[in-house]
Ligand binder design. Structure first.
Ligand code: COA
Length: 249
């Protein structure tokens, strides 16, 4: 498993998956996505694991997709299929996933929360869906799921304006269960992951399946449709200018 993602059993039945590029604010490059996919697959395959705790190192969840990789994908004309593979993996995982968010949760760092079953955020956490500001378009099923959990006006505000928003706003938008003291999200997430791990696993898995059943097909279709547009937008002049501006800083 790559070092940019660490997977470790932290309590009976609980695996913690940590996005671990703190010097890049845990930006997700191809290696990180491969690590996340492998870690989720390993947790799903291990009968002793009953809950997944997802977090980021260094007081930051993740700054989203590595913008260098965006620029490289645009320059080479290659897509970022590995990011889509990760979204498909997290959105179809059968075991419960609990997210612990501190610091920044940007782009896919926010949209992946829509696929977690529970999420806790430290009070100072900052969220952002800057797809339009980067000349891109929504991903991760967010164009379908965000209106569902946040309402259509709120979803338009967050996805079209792309402005940063705080933990309280994230709770209002249905992205997190609770806002807690800064620095305690991991502790809170671990407590709930332990609770989940101690419950009857077949019943937990069945409940998760039933909760997702109604939207599963639409989510899968939306992830695919969004990926098509996102791939085109990556190569757009608007996006390339935005990547160049970020990388010049
Ligand atoms: N891709 C590549 N590098 C990134 C990154 C990303 N998504 N996010 C942060 N980094 C790099 C920064 O360029 C910086 O590199 P440097 O030390 O060589 O200058 C380093 O990580 C630390 O980030 P910095 O911007 O100095 O931290 P900050 O606390 O001032 O700001 C963010 C944090 C997350 C607000 C800011 O880094 C940011 O906006 N990142 C881009 C987020 C983004 O647009 N993601 C794509 C979403 S679709």
């Amino acid at each position: 498993m790559s070092e940019s993602v660490i997977s470790e059993t932290v309590a009976a039945g609980v695996v913690q998956i940590t996005m671990n590029r703190p010097d890049r604010k845990n930006a997700l490059d191809r290696t990180s996505y491969a690590g996340l996919i492998a870690a989720i697959a390993a947790a799903e395959a291990d009968a002793s694991i009953r809950a997944i705790l997802l977090t980021g190192a260094g007081g930051c969840f993740t700054s989203g997709n590595d913008i260098k990789d965006f620029a490289a994908a645009a320059a080479t004309g290659q897509g970022l299929t590995i990011a889509i593979d990760f979204l498909n993996a997290i959105s179809t995982a059968k075991k419960p996933i609990v997210a612990a968010v501190e610091g920044f949760a940007v782009g896919i760092g926010t949209t992946m929360l829509l696929h977690c079953d529970l999420a806790f955020a430290g009070r100072t956490a900052t969220f952002r869906l800057p797809f339009v500001t980067l000349g891109l378009s929504p991903e991760g099923g967010s164009s379908y799921l965000l209106p569902l959990v946040a309402g259509s006006k709120k979803a338009a505000e967050l996805l079209m304006l792309g402005e940063p928003f705080g933990a309280e706003a994230a709770e209002d938008a249905g992205l997190v269960n609770a806002v807690i003291e800064e620095g305690t999200a991991l502790e809170a997430g671990l407590a709930k992951a332990k609770t989940l791990a101690a419950l009857p696993p077949e019943s937990v898995a069945l409940t998760k399946m039933l909760l997702k059943r109604g939207s599963a097909q639409a989510v899968a279709e939306t992830i695919g449709t969004e990926a098509h547009h996102f791939g085109e937008r990556l190569r757009s002049a608007e996006a390339m200018a935005a990547f160049a501006a970020f990388l010049k800083k």
